[in-house]
Design a protein around this ligand. Structure first.
Ligand code: DC
Length: 232
């Protein structure tokens, strides 16, 4: 991180799979006029690229090499990997599961670290993932840990998939989600855990608008305090 980028505010939104992080991050970023980092997409892209290149996904160093060389660009809704739009491909559950597996590798996380920090551009960044507040942007002024009970998350994911015309089965999703949570929480490298200074928000029975409102309220109350400190 450069001293200039340290002045650029970041709101981190971490939490388990399908807790609504992506939607909330986009809505908060839109409200503030900031950029978004979907860090999960980078792990999904690494998994997809490794699969497409026929790389052994059990080989940590080889997968880290793939992560380092990713040729990726985000253009609105499109996610281009080697110039091809893979936005829909990386959202598949099979790629999410593979991403969770390769995300446990330390060298892969290291390979993606600076690429993630490069998203910190003025006027601000909303970063969503698992370790945004703990590892990637530990100095972020606002850290949100977004949770929701596993059944609510599986139901949401089931609905999303069906809306996209993809067949989905609730009990299968529940099982996959529990396994992925378990792996993301218990891995040695950057496990899913709330930063000590994070605000936990439980969205199980909140609407998207309510959740966005809570995050924005936290942000404005911080701004008020910062302004008050400057006035002292
Ligand atoms: O948020 P997501 O479902 O798109 O993430 C896919 C996988 O990537 C997730 O199971 C764990 C991993 N991941 C991670 O380890 N660290 C992040 N910052 C983001 C995602």
């Amino acid at each position: 991180m450069t001293s200039a980028s340290a002045d650029i505010p970041v709101i981190t939104i971490d939490g388990p799979t399908a807790s609504g992080k992506g939607t909330i991050a986009h809505r908060v970023a839109q409200a503030l006029g900031w950029a978004v980092l979907d860090s999960g997409a980078l792990y999904r892209l690494t998994a997809l690229a490794a699969q497409q290149k026929g790389v052994d996904v059990g080989d940590e160093a080889a997968v880290a090499g793939v992560a380092l060389d990713l040729d990726v660009s985000f253009q609105g809704e499109q996610v281009l990997l080697d110039g091809q739009d893979v936005g829909a491909l990386i959202r598949q559950e099979s790629i999410g599961n593979l991403a969770s597996r390769v995300a446990a590798y330390g060298p892969v996380r290291q390979a993606l670290l600076e690429r993630q920090r490069a998203f910190r551009l003025a006027p601000g960044l909303v970063a969503d993932g698992r370790d945004m507040g703990t590892v990637v942007f530990p100095d972020a002024p606002l850290k949100i840990f977004l949770v929701a009970d596993v059944r609510a998350r599986a139901e949401r994911r089931c609905k999303q998939l069906k809306e996209k015309g993809i067949s989905a089965n609730l009990s299968g999703l529940l099982e996959d989600m529990r396994a992925r949570d378990e792996r993301d929480r218990n891995r040695a490298n950057a496990p899913l855990v709330a930063a000590p200074d994070a605000k936990t928000v439980d969205s199980s029975s909140l609407s998207i608008d309510e959740t966005v409102g809570i995050v924005l309220d936290h942000w404005s109350s911080l701004g008020f305090r910062a302004a008050a400190r400057r006035a002292d």
